[in-house]
Design a protein around this ligand. Structure first.
Ligand SMILES: *[C@@H]1O[C@H](CO)[C@@H](O)[C@H](O)[C@H]1NC(C)=O
Length: 280
């Protein structure tokens, strides 16, 4: 398949160690988002008056992006921590992680979605095999022309393959920025909105560290790719048989919702990418 990238200038620059001052802009929250420890740590917080958020300075067209997150501990019911890639406009592309909080001791839901040219409705949801509030864990998005792979601590949890051959638009022409926010969504987040945010526990705080983008930075119509190690391996990366097994393990044991098996929602038949994306 031909890569349709106008000008691909490849420069071999090892990705610099994470510095949030350099990589991210705090975009809202009136002081509730903070960069700490010389740029190594970023925290978002939410109270009754407002949430907060940040976005990457760079826009990317393909890449492998890792971030460590430590989610709101204790009673986080009603809160949502969103961490995603998105382009702009009505026909935007988007690759989403959303962490839906819960009562103390009850499991977070990791909600995922993929939008192409403004069309989403491709939700898959998971429980995690660890407590995501006890420590930092790495959440990764691999985005290349053939596939999007969501991973948690290096274990793939979802693969969205390029299904253009069956008429499904694939995100490949619009550069995306990284966004993250912590906000109140107690109308739907926890047990479908039954459990509300308990503001007596505010402020709620989520933390970020070790952002690594091996990615192609988009700027004024062309992209340049930084690599560490200096090869574009991630551009052609796919799941080897070990990782296919691990993906299956997650899907069998931790997946709690898959739009591709929700026959009530698609009485006329599943979207075409569902046949291509089976891991069975
Ligand atoms: C919260 O805990 C309840 C009870 O275990 C569970 O049904 C639900 O899926 C959990 N997560 C969310 C975000 O509602």
């Amino acid at each position: 398949m031909a890569l349709i990238i106008p000008i691909l200038v490849i420069t071999f620059i090892a990705s610099a160690s994470a510095n949030f001052y350099q990589d991210m802009d705090i975009t809202w929250g009136d002081g509730r988002a903070k960069i700490l420890n010389n740029g190594e740590l970023l925290t978002l917080s939410l109270d009754k008056a407002s949430g907060s958020g940040f976005q990457s300075r760079n826009e990317y067209l393909f890449g492998k992006v890792d971030m460590q997150l430590k989610l709101v501990p204790g009673n986080s019911a009603g809160t949502v921590t969103a961490y995603y890639l998105s382009s702009q406009g009505a026909t935007h592309d988007e690759i989403d992680f959303e962490f839906l909080g819960n009562l103390s001791g009850d499991p977070y839901i990791l909600h995922t979605n993929v939008f192409s040219q403004g069309m989403g409705n491709r939700e898959q949801q998971f429980y995690l095999w660890f407590d995501p509030t006890a420590d930092f864990h790495t959440y990764s998005i691999l985005w290349n022309p053939q596939r999007i792979i969501f991973s948690v601590d290096g274990t793939p949890i979802r693969e969205f393959k390029n299904s253009e051959s069956v008429g499904v638009a694939y995100p490949k022409n619009q550069a995306m920025r990284i966004y993250s926010s912590l906000w109140n969504a107690d109308d739907w987040a926890t047990r479908g909105g039954l459990v509300k945010t308990d503001w007596s526990h505010a402020p709620f705080t989520a933390s970020y560290r070790k952002f690594i983008a091996n990615a192609c930075v988009w700027s004024s119509g062309s992209s340049s790719c930084s690599n560490n190690p200096p090869s574009n391996a991630w551009m052609n990366e796919e799941l080897d048989s070990t990782n296919q097994e691990r993906l299956k393990w997650v899907q069998q044991n931790y997946m709690i919702y898959n739009y591709c098996s929700d026959s009530k929602r698609f009485p006329q038949g599943f979207p075409p990418e569902c046949t291509i994306n089976t891991t069975a």
